[in-house]
Design a protein around this ligand. Structure first.
Ligand SMILES: NC(=O)c1ccc[n+]([C@@H]2O[C@H](COP(=O)([O-])OP(=O)(O)OC[C@H]3O[C@@H](n4cnc5c(N)ncnc54)[C@H](O)[C@@H]3O)[C@@H](O)[C@H]2O)c1
Length: 300
């Protein structure tokens, strides 16, 4: 199915040197869009762009709109704010780690919107696709900076949507659980064990995004079961938190077992949980990519 809003559109995808961003860039190009591939990793961005005949604008996702606009001949129709860092830890994570998560997972969206809105409002048309995470609807075990900033990204997407929808600006919040990318692989054995059962491919996320655009749906859930978890969290927060805490305790046991088994390392590997509400009653859990290197969460 060719999505009319995509064919011939001028599209920017941030963090598209690999993972979900690369799958989005490939899919948009296959649907007939003109694409700009962005990533901090210039070589990775170039490789994806060469493969699909796209332009490259490397660098921090925060400041690329002017260069991307030029590369696309003067305008941007669809902006995919996809770059993200999976910063793990809790309050003990240092300020630099929290600031990086805030800067990439939230402020890069704000700065892109600031640069795009004048053009979109003048034209009465524009589309902002935010790669949030199920962690933005629920939470992610072991990763407070990630969970908090993904909630922020979702809040910003909601605000954009309700503020500008009558002026032709379409907004989508993409909230997957585990997706098989470098970010997910950085979760290590524990993450593999816990996430493997319901992880999907980056191409599945790209398909969900195309479907979501076609239906003009704000919330795009590549794992449809997340809708039930989200509803359960809202309806019975105490029960949901009890279930999540049960998951946290399972996670701690798993980590303790791992630490005892192979002396491994000292990385603060966070694991992630699975969205399996298995245990407990049914809490919905979010999950996702788990881990993160203590600081950048950058996929290894
Ligand atoms: N993998 C998962 O399980 C999962 C689940 C839910 C949401 N997400 C989200 O999906 C998005 C893509 O993640 P992914 O899984 O494809 O990970 P990934 O690590 O494969 O890709 C992320 C890319 O973003 C780039 N990047 C990081 N900071 C950047 C910056 N400031 N500017 C430009 N590029 C930058 C990285 O170099 C990397 O190529 C992220 O926002 C992530 O939080 C991932």
């Amino acid at each position: 199915m060719v999505v009319e809003a995509v064919r011939g559109a001028r599209v920017v995808v941030t963090g598209a040197g690999g993972g979900i961003g690369a799958a989005l860039a490939r899919r948009f190009a296959a649907e007939g869009a003109r694409v700009v591939v962005n990533d901090l990793d210039a070589d990775a961005a170039r490789a994806v762009a060469d493969e699909i005949g796209a332009a490259v604008v490397p660098g921090d996702a925060s400041g690329i709109v002017p260069a991307a606009r030029t590369a696309l001949g003067g305008g941007v129709d669809i902006f995919c704010a996809n770059a993200g860092v999976g910063t793990g830890g809790g309050p003990e994570a240092d300020d630099a780690a929290w600031e990086l998560a805030w800067d990439v997972n939230v402020m890069s969206h704000v700065r892109a919107a600031r640069a795009l809105l004048p053009e979109w409002l003048e034209r009465g048309q524009g589309r902002f696709v935010s790669t949030v995470s199920a962690a933005g609807l629920l939470t992610m075990i072991g990763a407070a900076p990630y969970s908090v900033t993904k909630h922020g990204a979702l809040a910003f997407a909601e605000w954009l949507s309700l503020t500008y929808r009558h002026r032709g600006v379409h907004v989508h919040a993409v909230c997957p659980q585990g997706v098989r990318t470098a970010m997910l692989r950085s979760t290590g054995v524990a993450g593999d064990l816990v996430l493997a059962p319901n992880a999907i491919e980056p191409e599945d996320v790209a398909q969900a995004v195309l479907d979501g655009i076609a239906a003009d749906r704000f919330l795009i859930l590549p794992h449809p079961e997340v809708a039930g978890y989200y509803a359960a969290r809202a309806a019975e927060p105490g029960r949901w938190l009890r279930g999540m805490n049960k998951l946290q305790r399972s996670y701690e046991e798993l980590r303790a077992k791992e630490a005892g088994q192979a002396e491994d390392t000292g990385v603060a590997g966070q694991a992630e949980d699975t969205g399996k509400a298995e245990d407990t009653g049914k809490t919905g859990q979010a999950t996702e990519s788990a881990t993160t290197p203590a600081r950048e969460g950058e996929p290894a």
